[in-house]
Design a protein around this ligand. Structure first.
Ligand code: PLP
Length: 380
């Protein structure tokens, strides 16, 4: 029996069409995009084409798109660069949600050590940052507000348009981490009004190690990676041409197929939830109506999540006890604690995340193995 993959929020496989478009840039198109000769020009043309395509898909301008080594770098860049730029205007306060990815949380801790005043916003029991929570904290000293568009552990969507408006009214920059949002929801940076937005290619069937930071023109961005003039002098380092090409192809394909894939994935999630709901003591964390179609964060009362994930893996089903980067740690999820769960409840929670290639047969088999595993672990 094939292993079942229910961990698409951690990463997705590279789509075969995407891979095909990347391969020539490992072979005959291997040039350094900054070389002033035919090989360099060919590589640079591919990067320019990818930048134009990404800009078009996000409703941005090509000179607002910066390629990075992934979501983590884009998040670090937005947080640090945004905060440093605004400090020059006398604004040394940063507000972020308490459920951000560690790439944002760790950047905020660094800023705090450097003397910035950092405020972490609470969430309600559904895992949402509310307009009231931001309004209660924001002031004229606030330079940067960061709230993710969708949470990576619960899939819960955040009211970023409203939060962005509040930030703008106070003259602060607004950054949103759209790494989990982008694979399932169309993005229009103009309509959203955000100053910065991050994406990561491997969440939408593109290659790992490649991401985007959108920086609205007019925002005085500072570079973090020095030593080269790439990305208009703001991000040094030889451009990863095959990955950039792959990211753009993946984003386009994902956008074109989004609606159909979302319908399929949502139906699979609903089927899975119906199947496992015959167990006692099953609670969904977060409101699945205000959530990405792919994620199901669920608590099995009395079952330790690390034991569950280990036993499911032995039975050929792959899922996560939280976010991938933190899943080796035994700490309870900061996201679930922020939603009001206690430590035991957080450690009884797991994340299933479904994808476009999952089948109904996998859902039924995965649900049956889930029920067996929960019952066996409860009986021990
Ligand atoms: N932000 C969120 C919300 C994520 O889920 C992730 C990855 O899991 C990242 C940032 C980091 O992206 P990357 O893996 O490309 O560094």
């Amino acid at each position: 029996m094939d292993t079942i993959y229910f961990d698409h929020a951690a990463t997705t496989p590279v789509d075969s069409e995407v891979l095909e478009k990347m391969i020539p840039y490992f072979r005959e198109g291997f040039g350094n995009a900054d070389s002033p000769h035919a090989f360099g020009r060919k590589a640079m043309n591919a990067v320019d084409f990818a930048r134009d395509k990404v800009a078009e898909l996000l409703h941005a301008k090509p000179n607002e798109i910066y390629f990075t080594s992934g979501g983590t770098e884009a998040d670090n860049w937005a947080m640090l660069s945004g905060a440093y730029a605004m400090r020059e205007q006398g604004r040394d306060r940063v507000i972020l949600s308490s459920i951000e990815h560690h790439a944002v949380l760790a950047a905020a801790e660094k800023l705090e050590k450097e003397g910035f005043s950092v405020t972490r916003l609470p969430v309600n029991e559904n895992g949402e940052v509310t307009a009231e929570a931001l309004s209660a904290e924001i002031d004229e000293k606030t330079g940067l507000v960061a709230v993710m568009a969708a949470n990576n552990e619960t899939g819960v969507l955040q009211p970023v348009e409203t939060l962005c408006k509040i930030a703008k009214d106070f003259g602060a920059l607004f950054f949103t981490d759209a790494v989990q949002y982008a694979p399932y929801m169309p993005i229009d940076v103009k309509a959203l009004g955000a100053d910065m937005l991050s994406l990561s290619s491997h969440k939408f069937y593109g290659p790992k190690g490649c991401g985007v930071l959108y920086i609205r023109s007019g925002v005085k961005a500072k570079g973090l990676v020095v030593g080269g003039e790439q990305e208009r002098g703001l991000r040094g380092g030889t451009t990863n041409v095959p990955a950039v090409v792959g990211l753009a192809v993946a984003l386009e394909k994902n956008t074109l197929e989004m609606q159909r894939n979302n319908e399929k994935i949502r139906a699979l999630r609903e089927l899975f939830l119906r199947e496992i709901s015959t167990l006692d003591g099953v609670t969904v964390n977060g409101d699945t109506d205000k959530c990405l179609p792919s994620v199901l964060n669920v608590r099995f009362k009395g079952v330790n999540n690390a034991d569950f994930v280990y036993n499911m893996d032995l039975r050929g089903v792959c899922l996560a006890a939280g976010s991938a980067c933190a899943s080796a740690s035994i700490k309870p999820s900061h996201v679930l604690l922020a939603m009001g769960l206690n430590e035991t409840q957080a450690k009884e929670s797991v994340r299933f995340s479904f994808g476009k290639d999952n089948t109904e047969e996998e859902i039924l088999r995965g649900a049956a193995l889930t029920k067996e595993t929960v019952e066996r672990l409860r009986g021990l």
